[in-house]
Ligand binder design. Structure first.
Ligand code: NAD
Length: 248
């Protein structure tokens, strides 16, 4: 078991990709801190991990609140003794509007939840990991951290920001035994896409050379690999998991 004795913290672990990753971390032996703003999803993920024989604990936190991120990392280390792996995954969609029509509220909300949150979580994770002398961080971006998508400027800006933020942290902490990487999924079948109508989903499928959307588990597999010692020389980079989306 590649994560025996390791502690993994996953934000947004009550649903979708975060849930899939939390379940896999536990399957490979990690003790998992399942964090989410929503209690129901978080406790359901913990129950699923425990039912499969794994170890997990739920900590509720709104990652757009810096104090909540500090509390999350402090309590995680108190609970299981360390934070070896952090998957900063929580995120939201956003208002669908061109730039001139996007509301200020929608802009700030998406930047807070999808970008500022990653800075807050990393700030406290890196403090903990430098004390430990090791650690691995995987941050959630998107294909929209590399290319544009009309009517989604806040989301695209936040996800591009996560790429730069992650690369900067990777450079700063590489000599301290801490790796930081970013994953960029294309469109993945999760509750995040439930707001889209069927015609939009069909059009999205056409944009993927694979001819389908991805599944949460397919993203989680990449996250697991980047989190493991198999990726020991891998830091400061962006990895797409996109059915060919960015190649077109
Ligand atoms: P999801 O909606 O299934 O899961 C997101 C989880 O994050 C939910 O459980 C939600 O409660 C939680 N969350 C939302 N706001 C939060 C906050 N402020 N604090 C803490 N938790 C919060 O969505 P998903 O598709 O699994 O998305 C996970 C991540 O993957 C997001 O960052 C998303 O932008 C990114 N992503 C998703 C896709 C996709 O197509 N689904 C593609 C690329 C990137």
């Amino acid at each position: 078991n590649i994560f025996n004795g390791k502690v993994a913290v996953v934000t947004g672990a009550g649903s979708g990709i975060g849930e899939a990753a939390a379940v896999l971390y536990a399957r490979y032996g990690a003790k998992v801190i399942v964090s989410d703003i929503q209690e129901a999803g978080g406790t359901a993920t913990v129950a699923a991990i425990e039912a499969a024989g794994g170890q997990a604990h739920f900590i509720q936190a709104d990652v757009s609140d810096a104090a909540a991120c500090e509390m999350l990392i402090r309590k995680s280390a108190e609970k299981y003794g360390a934070v070896d792996i952090a998957f900063n995954n929580a995120g939201i969609g956003g208002e669908i509007n061109p730039v001139a029509d996007m509301s200020l509220e929608a802009w700030h909300k998406v930047i807070n939840v999808n970008l500022n949150s990653v800075f807050y979580c990393m700030k406290y994770e890196l403090q903990q990991m430098t004390r430990q002398g090791s650690g691995v961080i995987v941050n959630m971006s998107s294909i929209l951290g590399k290319v544009a998508f009309a009517n989604s400027a806040a989301y695209v800006a936040a996800k591009h920001g996560v790429v730069g933020l992650s690369q900067n942290a990777a450079v700063e902490y590489a000599k301290q035994g801490i790796r930081v990487n970013v994953v960029g999924p294309a469109f993945i079948n999760t509750p995040l896409l439930s707001a889209l109508d069927e015609n939009v989903k069909k059009a999205l499928v056409q944009m993927h050379p694979a001819g389908r959307l991805g599944e949460a588990g397919e993203v989680a597999e990449l996250v697991i690999w980047l989190s493991s010692d198999k990726a020991s020389f891998v830091t400061g980079n962006y990895y797409a998991v996109d059915g060919g989306y960015l190649a077109v």
